[in-house]
Design a protein around this ligand. Structure first.
Ligand code: AMP
Length: 284
């Protein structure tokens, strides 16, 4: 039976509702997001809808995962649009807390996934993944899910959450959804809204770089340096881009590898103007 759509803001009320649903034997899925929903998020909601009785969308622009010079205050927000998209996707509940309700004065406990949080985005965004892991752990406690759905676009985040769930014995299944792209290959992202038309064109070079590396791999290239160089070339050819990193890493442990002879992820972060975009592709 479909539940009436409800929006919760109070963490305790959300948890009480989730506990009631569990007592009634409902299977709960949660989809954590920062809102400004696009079709990538909708793919997560649909995947969750197909695997659970009740789907909870969470919308929370989590301050603890933003650095002091990052875009917290101007991060795109569109709650009415998000709720309309959630309803259209057949979602039952939304949890949209205020930051002050999530972090009470004096909060000082954090979850850290020590090694996986270090490289790639963790190296350029100190503290980011501790903020992510902590808020996801809190959202898990408040929504009591059997299942949580995340996107492969945030590859390192997904690896960190899987490891946290394993290490800390959360009884939650983690499902992932492949990257949803615009027709020209650009990975959908709430941050694409920051791009001017010219920057939006330049952003195509990220997926073009990944495709170039994939092509080199298909042609027999296995050396990390050569695959990375293939990915960098189209990005560097574009005015207004600045590479933060392009790296080939072990697909599970995110450790450095010299040869793509086991499953590997080619991950990149690039500033297009002042907007930092990420993308990745698993190869091998
Ligand atoms: P965000 O709102 O950016 O924090 O993302 C919330 C969730 O949506 C995360 O699990 C992301 O990995 C996922 N997501 C964001 N963009 C995409 C995309 N283009 N394709 C698939 N999943 C995505």
């Amino acid at each position: 039976m479909q539940l009436p759509f409800e929006v919760f803001r109070d963490p305790r009320a959300m948890r009480a509702k989730a506990e009631d649903l569990r007592r009634d034997g409902r299977r709960i899925a949660v989809v954590p997001t920062m809102g400004a929903l696009h079709d990538g998020h909708v793919a997560l909601l649909r995947a969750a809808r197909g695997k659970a009785d009740v789907v909870i969308l969470t919308v929370f622009v989590n301050p603890t995962q933003f650095g002091p010079t990052e875009d917290l205050s101007r991060y795109p927000r569109d709650e009415p649009g998000d709720l309309a998209k959630a309803r259209a996707a057949g979602i039952d509940l939304a949890f949209c807390p205020e930051a002050s309700a999530m972090y009470r004065p004096g909060a000082q406990s954090f979850v850290e996934v020590r090694e996986l949080q270090k490289p790639l985005c963790g190296a350029s965004r100190p503290g980011h993944f501790a903020g992510v892991a902590t808020v996801v752990a809190k959202l898990f406690h408040l929504t009591q899910p059997h299942l949580a759905v995340f996107g492969e676009k945030d590859y390192q985040q997904l690896a960190i959450i899987r490891r946290m769930v394993r290490d800390l014995d959360f009884a939650i299944e983690i499902a992932s959804v492949p990257i949803v792209r615009e027709p020209d290959g650009v990975a959908m992202s709430s941050r694409n809204a920051y791009l001017s038309p010219e920057q939006r064109r330049a952003a195509r070079s990220l997926s073009a770089g990944l495709a170039a590396a994939e092509l080199a791999f298909a042609g027999g290239e296995r050396r990390a340096g050569a695959l990375v160089a293939a990915a960098r070339a189209p990005i560097e050819a574009e005015a207004g881009t600045r590479i933060d990193y392009v790296e080939l890493r072990d697909a599970e442990e995110l450790t450095v590898i010299e040869q793509a002879e086991r499953p590997a992820v080619l991950a990149l972060a690039v500033f297009v103007g002042t907007t930092r975009l990420i993308d990745n592709r698993v190869i091998g």
